[in-house]
Design a protein. Structure first.
Lengths: 293, 259
């Protein structure tokens, strides 16, 4: 190898291990991701006359519609997170155990599709199925069960829970399947050899190993349910007070608040909740990773 | 010890549950979308109504245009970034990884409000601002798709072989790396496209009209039409994402065979 060539190589490698080629990426994410978040955070501490204040946060921390919205949003994420993670874990177990080969691959891609199905179309589809004139509603009526006899409507909190489950359950299947598939056959054999029955194996070995992954996946579902906007917006048009929807109505000017920057404070409040939840997710992931080595 | 097999009870109960949660609503919506005039009989009327509605084509075109641009922009930004990251920029990997996960953590509503505060007027006056935010929203998925496929190929070996045979960096990327990670690129492109075309939150909060926001407005006049649109978009999304799944599976197999 000639000296010139070596030099050229050294020069090119030292030039190339710098940050320069990543600049477009850093500039892009800095400007379109970090800067908006920073800007909304700063403005949430500004009053109507551009003075510094904590006033925008006051309505969230005191009893009233905004605190109520946060509680409703948290309740919705908790319930759909639990339904999603429990049912999803059950499906994931059955799929890992009994769906192999081509059939397993088909189920994989169906889960991926359904997990990403949240949005406007999903809301309208549930209205078509479970609305007052819905196909399923009528079908059940023919069988003698009027689901609208009580308090139920598809436009209510319960309705939103039903629609969210449609994408939360498959999301759980996607996220949790690898954890179940990672349970080693030897662990079960070892416990059985040591005299455990299947139930004891699950209680003392299987479930304790899976708990961190399960909790992590639950946090992920929780965060997704907490920030979801389109589905609930199209379904309820504001009848169920959720934080994202309230922010939307403030932005659209449908609700007038005497505090111009209240929406910013709500947006920052959502970021704070989401950050806490994701910190939980990362913590659980680290715990779960212990077994994967 | 005799063990009771749970196989069939488990399969039957999970299938029943899956039918209840997924098949029933899908079935209900599909049947509803074919309802004829005044709710009698079956017809394509609702789908035809949709196509003749004011704003259908412009909204669809806007969505298609923005989605294509977002997919392209994503490609030009992320392919070189990810290649460099896996080749020489390893020390930056954790920070890029973190930035790409952020869009999952930051609620899209908050990002939209932030965009209103932070973006300059000239950008807020054009619908093309959405392209940038679609790319941001797609980042977590793009990152994973590209990273996974980059890790399955022997990137260093490929680059060294190509460089020592005298190829320039641009030739190496275009003629060697891109074909090797085709599955990841296809996945990233289709995912960005699919996410962009269905994006509602940022679009509606920034007051632009694309296909999803148009659907909501149209749905307020004619619920049957809105349901027809929904079934149509849902089925298209399923078709699109199934194509992605098949493509990326095939891609992975192909790379393995090549080795």
């Amino acid at each position: 190898m000639g000296v010139v060539e070596v030099r050229a190589r050294i020069r090119s490698s030292s030039r190339n291990s710098g940050v320069l080629p990543l600049l477009p990426f850093f500039i892009f994410t800095g400007y379109f991701l970090l800067w908006p978040v920073l800007a909304v955070t700063i403005r949430s501490f500004k009053g109507n006359n551009n003075e510094w204040t904590l006033g925008n946060y006051r309505p969230i921390l005191h009893t009233g519609p905004y605190l109520h919205a946060f509680i409703t949003s948290l309740k919705l994420s908790l319930i759909t997170g639990l339904i999603g993670s429990l049912l999803g874990a059950f499906f994931a177990y059955v799929i890992v155990k009994y769906a192999h080969g081509k059939f397993g691959a088909v189920i994989d891609s169906i889960s991926a599709v359904f997990a990403n199905s949240g949005g406007v179309p999903l809301a309208f589809m549930f209205v078509a199925a479970f609305g007052t004139e819905g196909i399923v509603t009528k079908l059940l009526k023919d069988f003698g069960w009027d689901i609208y006899a009580g308090h139920f409507t598809i436009f209510s909190f319960t309705g939103v829970v039903m629609v969210y489950s449609f994408f939360q359950v498959p999301l759980m299947v996607l996220v949790f399947k690898p954890a179940i598939a990672g349970l080693r056959k030897e662990w079960e054999e070892a416990s059985i050899n040591l005299g455990a029955n299947s139930f004891t194996y699950w209680r003392r070995v299987g479930i304790p190993i899976l708990i961190p992954s399960f909790v992590g996946a639950f946090f992920l579902l929780f965060a997704g349910g907490f920030s979801a906007y389109a589905t609930a917006r199209a379904l309820t048009v504001g009848t169920v007070p959720l934080v994202p929807i309230i922010i939307g109505t403030l932005v659209d000017g449908n609700v007038v608040s005497d505090q111009t920057n209240l929406g910013d404070a709500l947006a920052v409040g959502m970021i704070v909740v989401a950050t806490i939840v994701m910190a939980g997710y990362i913590w659980a992931q680290r715990r779960a990773a212990k077994w994967r080595s | 010890m005799k063990r009771i097999s749970l196989k069939w009870p488990l399969i039957i109960s999970s299938s029943a549950l899956a039918i209840l949660i997924f098949v029933v609503p899908l079935y209900g919506a599909t049947v509803y979308s074919f309802k004829g005039a005044a709710g009698k009989g079956h017809s394509w009327a609702n789908y035809q109504w949709l196509v003749h509605q004011d704003g259908f084509y412009p909204a669809l075109l806007t969505s298609l245009k923005l989605a294509v641009l977002a997919a392209l922009f994503n490609l030009f930004l992320m392919v070189p970034t990810m290649v460099y990251l896996n080749l020489k920029g390893r020390k930056f990997k954790s920070i890029v990884d973190f930035l790409c996960i952020l869009p999952l953590i930051i609620p899209v509503v908050s990002l939209a409000i932030g965009a209103q505060v932070a973006m300059p007027k000239f950008l807020q006056n054009t619908e093309y601002e959405l392209v940038f935010f679609f790319v941001i929203i797609a980042l977590p998925y793009t990152y994973r798709a590209l990273d996974t496929s980059l890790q399955t190929v022997q990137l260093k070996t490929l680059v060294e072989a190509s460089r020592s045979l005298g190829a320039s960096w641009s030739t190496t990327i275009i003629r060697v790396i891109v074909p090797a990670i085709r599955s990841g690129i296809t996945g990233a492109v289709f995912l960005t496209f699919a996410l962009s075309i269905g994006e509602y939150t940022i679009t509606s909060l920034l007051h632009w009209e694309t296909f999803p926001t148009w659907t909501v407005v149209a749905g307020q006049q004619n619920i049957l039409g809105a349901i027809a649109i929904s079934v149509f978009s849902f089925v298209s999304a399923i078709a699109l994402l199934t194509v992605i799944a098949l493509f990326s599976k095939k891609g992975v197999e192909r790379v393995e065979v090549d080795e």
